[in-house]
Ligand binder design. Structure first.
Ligand SMILES: [Zn+2]
Length: 173
């Protein structure tokens, strides 16, 4: 299932190699907790294989569908990231350091789906809002914004003690 995010290590000659992985809806389905459910990205992996280690440059580019913080509608957030990962061939698995991964020397393959997911999450902006269009106008959904605005005004009315006073006065009359 996750075989498509795996690099075959057995038979991989020393030197330079490159591979591309396609990242789509199926990829994000591997992560139940993911706030991203859809995306269209390409992961380009450049490898430098040595006898003791594998030096990886992982570039991810494309876009993911996330919900806008302002109008709550979904939009496409562009993603572009570049990360380096050093894979050391040792005795056992150790992935406590995000930049260095140790794997047993006899391991036949290297599954990168977890690392790819983390790199994509790290590349998401802290504030997620619709981009501006070419005229500098926000692409947020105006209908949703108006609804949200009305909801906030309603809540403020309910919380305002003067509103209760007013209602009391009206009932008394
Ligand atoms: Zn928006």
């Amino acid at each position: 299932m996750s075989g498509s995010y795996t690099i075959l290590l057995s038979g991989l000659k020393e030197g330079h190699h490159a591979v591309d992985f396609e990242i789509d809806k199926e990829f994000f389905e591997l992560f139940e907790e993911s706030e991203v459910k859809e995306g269209s990205l390409i992961a380009n992996i450049e490898m430098d294989k040595r006898s003791t280690h594998l030096d990886l440059i992982i570039r991810v580019s494309g876009s993911v569908r996330i919900s806008c913080d302002r109008c709550l509608e979904m939009f496409s957030q562009p993603i572009a990231s570049e990360n380096r990962l050093l894979v050391k061939f040792g005795k056992s698995i150790d992935d406590t350091d995000p930049d260095i991964l140790s794997i047993p020397i006899y391991e036949n393959e290297l599954d990168l789906h977890q690392q790819l997911y983390e790199f994509i999450m790290l590349a998401l902006p802290i504030k997620r809002v619709h981009p501006l269009d070419k005229n500098g106008k926000s692409m947020c959904d105006p209908v949703m914004l108006k609804k949200l605005e009305e909801l906030i005004i309603e809540e403020e009315k309910e919380d305002d003690p003067r509103w209760d006073e007013l209602k009391k006065l009206m009932n008394d009359n």
